[in-house]
Design a protein around this ligand. Structure first.
Ligand code: ZN
Ligand code: ZN
Length: 390
């Protein structure tokens, strides 16, 4: 193994967070296991094959989110360079002494990883609710990530993956797919009408999953024509364009949208609405198009305050709002595996053919990685995968 490797990084001394964008491809030291450091006994080194570029990586690219977490964790570690990236498929190349006896891995095993490294001892972890660990760290944000040829990870976060059943480019994005699975786990969707508001990557996954889980009708809400077209190709029964809210009241829902949804649902409204856009108006659209007693799943993230229109209706109509974060560890991963390994539901093929466009423009080799063309790729496609060694 050579001493250095290619990685995509942010360096807080090299780049000013507020005035820069993008990531830098550079040679950096390969991580090593150092057994006297007790933690490394349970850590592994993974040779990365494919790494997915996430919405949160876009946030870092454009400096819209995670600046405080990255810079704060770098200060704690006393260094300046953060390797970004948290969605991966790779091969275990070396392991600490406790990994084989405790976790049963061997070198050569192919794994993906949960991106939230949980503490295991906080109140939530002790209850088994690891996805809401009070002290979790996120790979590629609060510790070095997988946009690199090698990454060091704790064995407890890994998820063994059978690449005979899931093609590697799709296996590399089990983590974000799992976000959508978790959102679809909130309610049993069998026979339900479902609206997906915001058909970005996670919304597009949610359409496939809701269908796979037996939803009877799926309505997409998406202003971008390219994404609306993808939503249609993935099997949405209808894709509606939301009207823009007035500039002075950006939180307003769109009454015309509600009317169209009512027409499509016999005047009832949807059973479950998933808010995956992250706009205040989308939150209100979600509430307004959901039936009495229905469920609104909140996944789109926006900092700051939000206005809830007709907030009394949430109570008087007996609605439930659910915030969804991360994936249940590892319950969501198990469902994710089954949905992807089951060929007959067409989900894996649809991800490859439609969302990943059969690799055309969405698969970027690290050897030819170049900042400007990569920026084009992440703007043209909902999901881009970086190939390190596949
Ligand atoms: Zn992600
Ligand atoms: Zn915890």
């Amino acid at each position: 193994m050579s001493e250095t490797m290619w990685a995509l990084t942010f360096d807080k001394d090299r780049e000013d967070w507020d005035s820069s964008t993008g990531l830098v491809k550079e040679q950096i030291a390969v991580p090593k296991l150092d057994e006297p450091n007790g933690a490394d006994r349970s850590n592994v080194i993974i040779r990365v094959q494919y790494a997915g570029f996430c919405g949160s990586d876009r946030g870092i690219w454009w400096r819209k989110s995670f600046g405080d977490m990255i810079q704060g964790s770098l200060a704690d570690e006393g260094k300046s360079t953060r390797i970004v990236g948290h969605e991966l498929l790779g091969e275990i190349v070396s392991m600490g002494s406790r990994v084989a006896p405790k976790y049963g891995y061997k070198t050569g095993d192919v794994v993906s990883t949960e991106s939230h490294i949980v503490c295991g001892t906080c109140h939530q972890c002790r209850l088994g609710d690891y996805h809401v660990c009070a002290r979790d760290k996120i790979i590629g944000i609060s510790q070095d990530g997988c946009f690199a040829e090698y990454v060091k990870l704790p064995a407890k976060a890994l998820w063994p993956t059978n690449v005979d059943l899931i093609r590697p480019e799709v296996a590399a994005i089990q983590e974000p797919f799992g976000n959508a699975v978790h959102a679809c786990q909130v309610r049993d969707l069998r026979g339900k009408t479902v609206a997906v508001i915001g058909c970005g990557t996670i919304g597009l996954f949610a359409i496939l999953i809701a269908r796979g889980m037996g939803a009877s009708k799926i309505i997409g809400v998406e202003p971008d024509p390219h994404h609306a077209e993808l939503a249609r190709r993935l099997g949405c029964d209808a894709v509606l364009t939301p009207g823009m809210p007035p500039e002075d009241e950006p939180w307003r829902s769109d009454p015309a949208l509600r009317e169209k949804v009512m027409e499509l649902t016999d005047g009832i409204g949807v059973d479950v609405a998933m808010e995956m856009a992250g706009f205040n108006s989308a939150l209100n659209n979600a509430i307004k198009i959901t039936r009495r007693g229905g469920d609104v799943v909140l996944f789109g993230v926006k900092n700051g305050h939000a206005v809830v229109e007709d907030s009394h209706r949430v109570i008087m109509d007996g609605m439930q709002l659910h915030g969804v974060v991360g994936r249940q560890i590892f319950g969501t991963w198990e469902i994710t595996r089954n949905l992807l390994e089951t060929q007959s539901n067409g989900i894996q093929d649809a991800i490859w053919d439609v969302i990943l466009n059969k690799g055309e423009g969405t698969l970027v080799d690290i050897d030819s990685w170049e900042r400007n063309s990569f920026e084009q790729a992440i703007q043209n496609h909902p999901k881009v995968v970086i190939r390190f060694r596949g």
